[in-house]
Write a protein that binds this ligand. Structure first.
Ligand SMILES: NC(=O)c1ccc[n+]([C@@H]2O[C@H](COP(=O)([O-])OP(=O)(O)OC[C@H]3O[C@@H](n4cnc5c(N)ncnc54)[C@H](OP(=O)(O)O)[C@@H]3O)[C@@H](O)[C@H]2O)c1
Length: 339
């Protein structure tokens, strides 16, 4: 197939381009080329979607460019970017990468695209970094554009995408932390409750599945994440992938909050930890329909091992979360309370 990837130079869109080449497709990537190198075997069409007017987008990727595509894979967050691209290539099957932030309800476990309500669409371009409300609402608008105006569309709403190349540094915290077990720091601060539910998807598994959906021209809307597991299982899988046996010390939400540990991501955070019950559904979607539609997930231990290898061989790889000193001080505070 002739596949156009709008992106291709970083993390997920790069993994999609690589997977499509590996599966024998003719792959073109339209992007600035600013975020990194394209995978080998991918043709580059220079395009700055922030600067280009619709006619310029059409000239770069539409019929006037002398190209035709069977499938377009788009990761855009800004509605006007998607509108311009769709109007340039309306006859292709679209694979739109959306997000679970389209759902305002993060509390209800077991949600699916059929059961969870969507945010109202936001058709103007706002800064996606403003927060999940604007980001999610813009993605709803992007979804509606491809569903209304393309020949056919697969809409995939990822949860937390993890693995080698992750620019966010969130999941990477855990393989990096577990690696310190072998360096004399065996006690690991584990946030919340061992039975809390979490779910992630390896970027390579998600990318492979997006290519599968492209090949099948599958029409549908899916959540793009792996099956949920307990936090204890996730941490033990990460430890197994890194090859260590940590001593997990579970520190409950009240103490984490009292010690000003931040949820999810960023400085002084414990990545992947979310306050409950308000976020009990965010990492606990029912993804049986996605698995039935071909999403295949590798063992998390493999993801953790490969993420650590990537971290150790990539000088500018991002890791977010507590420093070793901060973690020790929270553990000391916990032990002082429980003595
Ligand atoms: N990370 C997560 O956990 C998570 C969770 C849910 C959903 N998602 C979704 O998953 C997708 C992630 O995609 P991604 O990893 O490829 O990263 P991304 O940051 O969404 O997209 C990066 C790609 O867009 C291109 N791009 C950026 N600005 C551009 C411009 N002005 N003109 C043309 N191209 C431009 C970049 O190429 P150049 O810079 O080289 O131009 C790069 O290839 C997104 O749709 C995101 O919303 C992510």
């Amino acid at each position: 197939m002739r596949i156009l990837v709008l992106g291709g130079t970083v993390f997920l869109s790069r993994a999609v381009a690589a997977a499509a080449v590996a599966r024998g497709h003719d792959v073109t990537a339209a992007c600035r080329g600013a975020s990194g190198p394209l995978p080998d075997g991918v043709r580059h069409v220079p395009l700055d979607r922030a600067a280009a007017r619709p006619a310029e987008v059409d000239a770069a990727i539409g019929p006037r460019s002398g190209t035709a595509y069977d499938v377009v894979v788009d990761v855009a967050r800004r509605p006007s970017w998607v509108r311009a691209a769709v109007s340039a290539v309306p006859a292709a099957h679209w694979v739109l990468v959306s997000t679970i932030n389209v759902y305002p309800d993060t509390a209800t476990p077991g949600g699916t695209p059929a059961t969870l309500a969507l945010r109202d669409p936001l058709t103007s371009d706002e800064d996606p970094a403003d927060g999940p409300e604007a980001y999610g609402a813009m993605k709803v608008a992007c979804e509606q554009t491809v569903q209304a105006l393309t020949a056919s569309a697969s809409v995939v709403r990822p949860g937390l995408i993890v693995g080698p190349g992750d620019p966010s540094g969130r999941f990477t915290y855990w393989p990096a932390r577990m690696a310190r077990v072998a360096e004399g720091e065996p006690e690991v601060l584990a946030p919340g409750d061992p039975d809390d539910r979490v779910q992630v998807v390896d970027v390579r598994d998600l990318a492979d599945w997006l290519v599968t959906l492209a090949e099948g021209r599958t029409v549908g809307t899916f959540d793009g994440t792996g099956p949920a597991l307990t936090r204890e299982a996730l941490l033990l899988e990460v430890a197994a992938g890194v090859g260590v046996e940590p001593r997990l010390t579970w520190v409950g939400q009240e103490v984490l909050e009292a010690e000003e540990v931040q949820p999810w991501s960023g400085p002084r955070s414990l990545p992947l930890w979310l306050p409950l019950p308000e976020h009990a559904g965010m990492l606990d979607h029912d993804v049986s329909a996605s698995l039935e539609a071909g999403l295949a997930v590798r063992p998390l231990a493999e993801t953790a091992r490969d993420t650590l290898t990537w971290l150790r061989t990539t000088p500018d790889a991002a890791v977010t979360g507590l420093t070793a000193t901060e973690e020790r001080s929270v553990l000391d505070a916990w032990h002082a309370r429980t003595r």
